[in-house]
Every structure is written in C-alpha cells, then in structure tokens.
Design a protein around this ligand. Structure first.
Ligand code: PGA
Length: 253
C-alpha cells in the first residue's frame, strides 16, 4: 500500500513571530504546487496563531511541539490540547528526545499526552529514538520496543490512524551525523513489525514512519528511497525556506 510521504519541520525554540512569518511566506511560495507530499511546520507556541493565519488557503499543515494532558487549570507554563486546536493546529509533536532528555518526559507522560491530543482531535507525531550510548551498548531495539509499547499503551486501531511515528536516533539530532539509509531502514522495519504485533498488518502498513536527525536536501532522497521510510521530521534544515522546500521536493531530485 502506498503511504503518502509526510515531511514536517520542527522549528524548536527558534523564530520570533516576524521571523516565522517571513519563513512561512517563503515556504508557501516554494512548496505551493508540490503534489503527493503532506507538509507540516511546527513553530514555537508564540508564533502558532500568526502562522495559522498566514497559512490560510495553503495545504501546509500546522503542528505544535508539545502539549500538556490536562484540559485546564493550575498548570503554570503549560498549554492544553484545546488551546492548540484553537490556535489552528492539526498536529502535535509528542515525545521529542529533547523533551525526554531535558524536561523529564517518560514513556508514561508521553502516553498521557498522546491520549489527550487524540481526544481533542489533534493528530500526533510520536517521537522515539535511542541515544548513542544505547546504540553502542546494542540496546537500540530494546529501547525502541519499550518506547513504542509505552507510548502506545491503551491506544486502539482508530488512534493509530491519526498518528505518525518519527524515528529519531538521538545521536543524529543536530549533530550532522545522519543514520545511513540502511541503518534507518533496519529500525523502521523493526518499528513497523512491532506495530503489526501490537495491532494488525493493516495498521502497520498504513502508519507512516518518519526519519529524523540531520536530514538535509543532500540526504533526503537516499532516505526516502527506503521502503519503510515514509517521510522526515526536520530540525535545522527546516529553518530556511530554501533547504526545507528542497527536502519537500525530494521527488524532483
Ligand atoms: P535536526 O533535528 O534535523 O536538526 O537534526 C531533527 C529533530 O530534532 O526533529
């Protein structure tokens, strides 16, 4: 079954509102007639509303970088699923390794966030990935197995249809060290097999698995040629219209 390629840009803690608007204007022009690829951008919270307005009439989708699972209340500094919906988001990134590493996210809190997002009708980009140490200790598959089972705990077939999984080896994020297409493919195949065991063949064939970690216009094609790599979650190279649009246009290379 052909899966629609899905390229998302994770802007992380970058771009003021003015800078975000500049970038999105550039992107709109650069990717407007690209067909057969789903494209999303994830600006910081403060730029969501402005970017949403600027995206009116465009096929580029809006994503947030995180949320909190409670509906509302005394949770200073947090953002609810409804607030993101209202700001115009269709997607939310959950479980990014920087959240796990610097902000204490666990498989359990990732799972709570995923459930809260889906309950509000937000689609989810669910991030997983091993650290360099874990890879060197040959624990990659054990770690991913735990992250997938933990993150998806209690979710049903229908939930999986509103999700993409992003495999981002932590050692490849922002380091310029990409996993080779073969290394990534091996892990993507493992993740798909795991989804098949937990759900069904159908769900496993439908779910898109993005690769993330130093994706650039130079390496995207090789990655996308792999049968189980269905897209990319792009950090650094998503901050410029030129590089991000080249990645989105990988088919033309
Ligand atoms: P990078 O980030 O492309 O800058 O490595 C990817 C990510 O963290 O999503």
């Amino acid at each position: 079954m052909a899966r629609l390629p899905f390229i998302a840009g994770n802007w992380k803690m970058n771009k003021t509102v003015g800078e975000a608007l500049d970038l999105i204007r550039g992107l709109k022009t650069a990717v407007s007639e690209v067909k057969g690829v789903e494209v999303a951008v994830a600006p910081p919270f403060t730029a969501l509303h402005a970017v949403h307005k600027e995206l009116e009439g465009s096929s580029i989708l809006l994503a947030a970088q995180n949320l909190y699972w409670e509906e509302k209340g005394a949770f200073t500094g947090e953002i609810s699923p409804l607030m993101l919906k209202e700001a115009g988001c269709q997607y939310v990134i959950i479980g990014h390794s920087e959240r796990r590493q610097f902000f204490g996210e666990s498989d359990e809190t990732v799972n709570r966030r995923i459930k809260a997002a889906l309950a509000q009708g937000l689609k989810v980009i669910f991030c997983i990935g091993e650290t360099l140490r874990e890879r060197e200790e040959a624990k990659t598959f054990t770690v991913l197995d735990r992250q997938v089972s933990g993150g998806l705990k209690g979710l049903g077939d229908k939930d999986l249809k509103s999700m993409a999984i992003a495999y981002e080896p932590v050692w490849a994020i922002g380091t310029g060290k990409t996993a080779t297409p073969e290394q990534a493919e091996e892990v993507h195949r493992f993740i798909r097999e795991k989804v098949k065991m937990l759900y069904s063949q159908e769900i496993s064939e439908e779910i898109r698995i993005q690769y993330g970690g130093s994706v650039t216009p130079d390496n995207i094609k090789g990655l996308m040629n792999q049968p189980n790599i269905d897209g990319a979650l792009v950090g650094g190279a998503s901050l410029k219209a030129e590089s991000f649009s080249k990645i989105v246009r990988f088919k033309e290379m």
